[in-house]
Design a protein around this ligand. Structure first.
Ligand code: ZN
Length: 499
């Protein structure tokens, strides 16, 4: 068997002021041709695909693999470059037996609102309508009818936090190889309900709404005809037509069963819509509650400035509030501000520095804060991820500095990076166990990364382009009615797309 393997993976945020270009991808990775094989041994989907192919004795034809921190939509040039990096080797590949692609599903380019569907169209134009193609997706994918029609099967992450990227690659590749060998004949259906919700209550462990949906999906997969069930809670920070939450069900030659179960899961999402709503606190209230808890760290979850959701990471809303409150407990915060990092480097370690810091990338959400402190440490910003989407790969936050401002230690970075655990803090010697308060800029991963050390976590009500409450965002392409803007929809119909 000859199996093509490729990946273009980014989660876009159309509410962010930034545009994503190739250098930001290169800050994580862009591996063209054989260089893709370097991902073997990492945690990503491509590594899982490669392992399954090797185990089965299949020959891998590496196309291209690119991954990037979430951010604004891709520029047309960036998208065209990556698309061609994937397609050019495919044109030269000769006869293939199957194709495994790893994508997010919620990527957007300036002139293409459905890049994953567009990639599948372009791939089909090269390989024809019959070649088995399995595409893996993030659990926060925006799955479109075009993707369902063009792919043989779509398989999403099953876990949030996303610690199952490798195994999702494995699952996708196994499904592909079985299809190639004629053991199964996938029939797929997609059903969605019109609801958009923040990610904070979307964990797939415990007993929240997504955990219950996930358990139902795993139970369905025990039925002999059902090959894969993916529950998808769409990434809420895009403005695309027909966004929603629902399911992709892949059966073995049973399109009607796929449609029925996809529809039932989508209806289940709708029934649970209120359970996805999150309680947020003012920073003052969160600090007051944190002070009543013995020890630390207590996490202040700044979900509105989540780099993993496409925000620039340049917010100083937490810093401003902690300074105004005169917090005396040790507190760790982070901010992306390249000019401030450079100023720290110009001064040098051990020197006093005065900075205007914050909102250096997107001034929409606030004004900089003036601070004075001591430069404790400088770094080139390179680190290796412990797990998750980027597990085992190297990333760079660029020139970075740890600055002591009273009891606050501020990590000043030059570029946004995905916030998985405490890798960024650790890389500049900031041991999170020393802190009473920690500002984290993700809505979910902290639950995993800090589970053994955190005493509590409070989602704070801060401004930014990745809020957990989406009511403040203005969606133009989504047609009403949809939740949460419409809380009830009489005679809700759940359309099904069968692939
Ligand atoms: Zn996700």
């Amino acid at each position: 068997m000859r199996i093509g393997v490729g990946s273009i993976f980014q989660e876009s945020n159309q509410f962010a002021a930034t545009q994503t270009d190739l250098p930001l991808f290169r800050n994580s990775y862009v591996h063209e041709g054989d260089a893709l094989l370097r991902l073997a041994g990492t945690d990503c989907e491509v590594a899982g695909m490669l392992a399954v192919c090797a185990e089965a004795g299949a020959q891998v034809v590496p196309l291209a693999a690119a991954r990037c921190v979430s951010g604004g939509a891709l520029s047309d040039n960036c998208y065209a470059y990556l698309k061609e990096a994937l397609l050019a080797p495919l044109r030269e590949a000769g006869t293939l037996d199957g194709l495994a692609l790893a994508t997010h599903g919620s990527m957007v380019a300036a002139s293409e609102l459905d890049p994953e569907g567009d990639i599948l169209d372009a791939v089909r134009a090269i390989v024809g309508p019959e070649l088995p193609i399995v595409m893996t997706l993030d659990l926060h994918a925006h799955v479109t009818p075009r993707m369902v029609r063009q792919a043989t099967a779509l398989v999403s992450f099953a876990h949030y936090p996303h610690d199952d990227t490798y195994s999702t690659g494995e699952r996708g590749a196994r499904l592909l190889l079985k299809t190639v060998q004629g053991e199964i004949e996938p029939a797929m259906a997609l059903a969605k309900v019109p609801m958009i919700c923040g990610a904070c209550n979307g964990q797939t462990f415990g007993d929240g709404p997504m955990a219950q949906l996930t358990r139902r999906a795993r139970w369905l997969e025990k039925q002999p005809s059902i090959l894969s069930v993916s529950c998808v809670q769409v990434h809420p920070h895009n403005d695309l037509p027909n966004m929603g939450c629902g399911a992709v069900v892949v059966t073995d030659s049973h399109p009607a069963l796929a449609a029925k179960e996809a529809q039932a899961l989508a209806a289940d999402f709708w029934e649970r819509r209120w359970a996805f709503e999150t309680e947020t606190l003012s920073v003052g209230e969160a600090v007051a509650r944190g002070r009543r808890i013995e020890g630390g760290p207590v996490l202040l979850v700044d979900t509105a400035d989540c780099t993993g959701g496409g925000a620039p990471g340049d917010s100083v809303a937490l810093l401003r509030e902690l300074l105004a409150m005169g917090v005396e407990e040790p507190a760790f915060l982070m901010v992306v501000d390249a000019a401030a990092a450079q100023k720290c480097a110009d001064k040098g370690v051990g020197r006093n520095v005065s900075l205007q810091v914050g909102y250096s990338i997107d001034p929409t959400w606030g004004r900089p804060v003036a601070v004075s402190g001591v430069v404790r440490r400088l770094s080139d910003g390179c680190f290796v991820y412990d797990g998750g989407l980027f597990g085992g790969t190297r990333a760079s936050m660029g020139l970075s500095a740890a600055v002591q401002i009273g009891s606050i230690e501020l990590l000043v970075m030059s570029q946004p990076t995905y916030d998985w655990g405490d890798e960024q803090f650790r890389s500049v010697g900031m041991d999170v166990c020393r802190a009473k308060f920690i500002g984290v800029k993700n809505p979910m991963n902290y639950r995993r990364a800090y589970r053994d050390v955190m005493k509590a976590a409070f989602v704070v009500d801060t401004p930014g382009p990745t809020p957990t409450h989406v009511r403040n965002l203005r969606y133009r392409r989504m047609k009403r009615p949809f939740f949460p803007f419409d809380e009830e929809i009489p005679d809700l119909e759940i359309p099904v797309v069968v692939g």
